[in-house]
Design a protein around this ligand. Structure first.
Ligand SMILES: Nc1nc2c(c(=O)[nH]1)N[C@H]1C(S)=C(S)[C@@H](COP(=O)(O)OP(=O)(O)OC[C@H]3O[C@@H](n4cnc5c(=O)[nH]c(N)nc54)[C@H](O)[C@@H]3O)O[C@H]1N2
Ligand SMILES: Nc1nc2c(c(=O)[nH]1)N[C@H]1C(S)=C(S)[C@@H](COP(=O)(O)OP(=O)(O)OC[C@H]3O[C@@H](n4cnc5c(=O)[nH]c(N)nc54)[C@H](O)[C@@H]3O)O[C@H]1N2
Ligand SMILES: [Mo]
Length: 765
């Protein structure tokens, strides 16, 4: 039976408007208002006492790791509040007392549910029973855990080839769950292990690997405190990594300077009230960014090139600006870089950036005399055609200044999901790591496949072309997170079986393969009990430290299962008793999993003992100034081209960003308080002069279209919000705008979709 024509499901959901309210943006991030907002959310979702008790355990040494972003915890966490507004919202969202089980799905069909917004879907509450959607049905119905595992095993056994199965991971899973999942796929015979980092920091991993020999950052949290200059590039910490602001505040108190490079003047970078100290509750707040460079979207490379040219000019005047001893000893390619810079004309570069020369000169003055420099970045750099080159260009700056491998200096890619870095470290990757494969063979006793698997972009194509039969997701919301929603939806519907291991309802549960399973799981904040004893697991933060996490709440229901247990049971159902992995015992004893991680994953050792308290750092060659794995044993300068953009006269450059009330595709609420937008998500932020030029007014309604390779894609019904954004640039929220992002346009090398530079037109309605 063809489910595509059978089920009338909508991949868009409702596109209606509510009563939008637009106010002035709030410039003072966090402070009292932030705490009040956070508590309002958690109290409503999970009750007052339960909220307070749980928040006090979040990010504490014996507590659990916040399920929101990957920002690290300090060595000595604040005993009262080591959490932020958005961490509290994430907790409230996970630990909500609302629940949906089989009776809910008996009443509501997937067709009906798919008409709702993502916000409405998430609000229904926790998934608490394993469910199956059978081929001809539009209603999920209960299935026992064992039947679910057997169904998965039997579909996998039917495949002509293991590469017809694809295993996606979102970055919230523990190291233990991710490890088992990666080994499950390999034991089956495929490296089809796409993960959310393909859409996120893959460009960082590639750029850092090529230039410095490790795909991770080099700084620790403590490094930020005494840096002389911190550049925050293409990142909105006030919303996405609020606890980072406390580190920036410490840096400023120690005399450091902060430079923000961002088309928008993001709140929190401009002014910040720290809720973790008294001044932050009552005082006027701290001006965070000393210099803000409002760069045009995707014009960071011209900006850095201009800064470098100006630094070279100072050197030529006889000033000592670059660290020549460092350059000589540790780097390769200096002369070529300096020669290449001469090919660029400064006026040209300046006009690309859209930034005033005065501000750039201030930046150059600051950088010229300092060497303890840290560059922090996130999606504003990675999600472009030239995402890898963007990052390499900033690494050129750090290398010239010798700001690598020393205290208070270095690279800081600020990771997204709370354990996205750990998942990769323990083996969630589509490419082949020969050394890891050898260790798998030696210690786990099976031969892993030695051909590359698909990443996210490869998955989209494989599913669309009907080459994937089984698609499984360890968390996440693949349909809404991936680019080109309509193309992705068609691909998913081509699969025979789709399986979602999830905590909350989302659209990927509704747009499914012919048969679909929902396997409900335990969240970060919940107790994971076995034989009357609580179990812990481990995570790795954005700065490479591995530590334990142990939930404290009673699980949403006794019918849900932990992620490692689900995967180990799948392993048992598919491979049986005889398999060398011994899946049954792994489902019971996580210590056994950690032992295997120590044997197989690079840098992990004695995790059981060393993950207690603040945990332990994985080895990092940059911190040791060891570049022996790179050509000539040196860190690499790189030559990067200018980004090429040919915008037609009526085209704008659109970046698809996050509001303050969402975690990726999970929509907590409909406000973006810092940007002054209330009760609406279908908005486009636009420059006032651009509005005048085409005679468009505040709150006018438009469709947004993008045209790539002759194909027009449309996102319907958006309201115009006048905003302080450089002319020619637009901003709008993801996931609503993902329908515009073409599946076949992505970053060179990393294949990260171009979510931050989509060429679009506005069609007034
Ligand atoms: N509360 C909350 N926390 C989160 C998340 C969430 O959704 N909600 N998501 C998590 C995840 S998975 C991730 S990856 C991170 C994302 O964290 P961010 O990367 O901060 O998230 P975005 O909203 O995508 O913001 C990108 C920023 O880059 C800027 N920008 C866009 N294009 C350019 C450009 O070309 N150049 C420059 N210089 N700047 C540009 C935008 O104005 C915006 O400020 O946050 C993590 N933390
Ligand atoms: N246009 C555009 N697209 C983007 C981006 C962008 O900036 N612009 N950002 C990209 C980025 S950076 C990322 S990381 C991806 C995010 O992509 P994903 O990680 O796939 O998406 P999330 O929205 O984080 O996933 C939310 C779902 O995860 C499930 N979940 C939550 N907690 C748990 C848990 O503990 N265990 C399990 N098993 N499930 C859980 C819930 O069911 C929830 O509905 O999106 C990408 N897509
Ligand atoms: Mo991300």
């Amino acid at each position: 039976m063809d489910a595509k024509t059978e089920r009338k499901v909508s991949f868009r959901g409702s596109e209606e408007f509510l009563d939008i309210e637009v106010k002035d943006p709030i410039t003072h991030a966090a402070g009292y208002l932030g705490v009040r907002e956070a508590l309002k959310h958690t109290f409503k979702e999970m009750g007052v006492l339960r909220s307070m008790r749980t928040l006090l355990s979040m990010n504490q040494k014996d507590g659990f790791d916040c399920p929101s972003c990957a920002w690290p915890d300090p060595e000595h966490p604040s005993p009262v509040a080591e959490y932020c507004e958005n961490g509290a919202k994430a907790l409230g969202d996970e630990a909500t007392t609302q629940q949906i089980g089989a009776s809910f799905f008996q009443k509501k069909s997937v067709e009906e549910l798919s008409q709702l917004t993502d916000y409405e879907l998430n609000k229904f509450g926790r998934l608490v029973e394993p469910l199956v959607l059978k081929p001809s049905s539009v209603h999920y119905q209960p299935i026992s855990w064992q039947d679910a595992f057997d169904l998965i095993a039997s579909e996998l056994k039917k495949l002509n080839n293991p590469d017809e199965a694809i295993f996606y991971t979102s970055g919230r899973s523990s190291n233990e769950a991710a490890f088992l999942y990666g080994m499950f796929a390999r034991a089956l015979g495929t490296n089809n292990l796409p993960d959310c980092s393909n859409m996120c920091h893959e460009s960082s991993g590639v750029a850092l690997g090529e230039t410095l020999g490790i795909g991770k950052g080099s700084t620790t949290l403590e490094d930020l405190y005494e840096a002389e200059v911190i550049l925050i590039v293409g990142q909105n910490p006030g919303t996405n990594h609020p606890r980072m602001l406390s580190a920036l505040e410490k840096c400023k108190q120690n005399g450091g300077k902060v430079i923000s490079i961002n088309p928008l003047e993001e709140s929190g970078l401009v002014n910040f009230k720290n809720p973790q100290n008294l001044g932050g509750w009552i005082g006027g707040g701290e001006d965070m960014a000393d210099i803000h460079l409002p760069v045009n979207i995707n014009q960071d490379i011209p900006l850095v090139k201009l800064i470098l040219k100006k630094l070279v000019a100072l050197e030529e005047e006889g000033k000592s600006v670059f660290d020549h001893a460092f350059i000589k000893k540790y780097t390769d390619g200096y002369e070529a870089l300096i020669a290449d810079l001469k090919n660029y004309n400064s006026e040209d570069l300046l006009s690309h950036t859209g930034v005033s020369e005065e501000k750039i000169n201030d930046t150059v003055d600051l950088l010229a005399n300092k060497s303890k420099i840290i560059v922090c970045w996130a999606m504003g750099l990675t999600q472009h055609k030239n995402g890898v080159e963007n990052i390499r260009e900033f690494i050129n700056l750090l290398l010239l200044k010798g700001a690598i491998g020393k205290p208070n200096a270095g690279t800081c890619p600020v990771r997204g999901h709370s354990n996205v870095q750990g998942d990769r470290s323990v083996g969630i990757q589509h490419f082949v790591d020969k050394d890891m494969n050898a260790r798998i063979k030696e210690h786990l006793g099976f031969t892993p496949p030695d051909h590359e698997g698909v990443d996210v972009v490869g998955t989209l194509k494989a599913m669309y072309e009907g080459k994937a039969k089984v698609f499984m997701c360890l968390g996440g919301n693949f349909l809404m997170a991936a680019s080109d929603t309509e193309y992705t939806a068609k691909g998913i519907q081509n699969c025979d079986l789709t399986v979602q291991i999830s905590t909350k309802l989302n659209r990927t549960h509704l747009i499914t393969g012919k048969t679909a399973l929902i396997l409900p799981t335990i969240g970060r904040s919940e107790k994971d009990m076995k034989n009357g004893k609580p179990r812990h697991f481990t995570v790795e933060n954005s700065m490479g430290r591995v530590k334990r996490s142990k939930g404290i709440l009673k699980p949403a229901a006794d019918t849900i299962m932990s992620e490692p247990e689900i995967i180990a049971n799948m392993g048992h159902a598919l491979f049986g008793e005889e398999h060398p992995m011994n899946w049954k015992s792994l489902s019971e004893d996580y210590e056994l999993i950690r032992k295997q991680i120590d044997q197989v994953a690079k840098g992990f050792s004695k995790t059981e003992e060393r993950s207690v308290g603040a945990g332990y750092y994985l080895p990092n060659n940059v911190r040791e100034l060891d570049f022996s794995m790179l050509p000539n044993g040196k860190a690499q300068f790189t030559i990067n081209k200018l980004p090429e953009h040919t915008l037609e006269k009526d085209e704008y450059m659109l970046m698809t960003i996050r509001s303050h009330d969402q975690f990726n595709t999970t929509i907590y609420g409909l406000d973006d308080r810092y940007r002054g937008v209330y009760n609406a998500r279908r908005v486009v932020f636009m420059n006032v002069d651009d509005m005048k030029a085409i005679g468009i007014n505040k709150l006018d309604i438009v469709d947004i279209t993008s045209t790539y390779d002759g194909q027009v894609r449309t996102a319907h019904n958006f309201k115009i919000v006048p905003y302080n954004i450089p002319s020619g640039n637009l901003a709008s929220y993801f996931p609503e705008t993902n329908v515009l992002v073409p599946y076949n346009h992505f970053a060179d090398k990393s294949k990260t979709p171009i979510s931050k530079s989509v060429k679009v037109r506005l069609v007034k309605k």
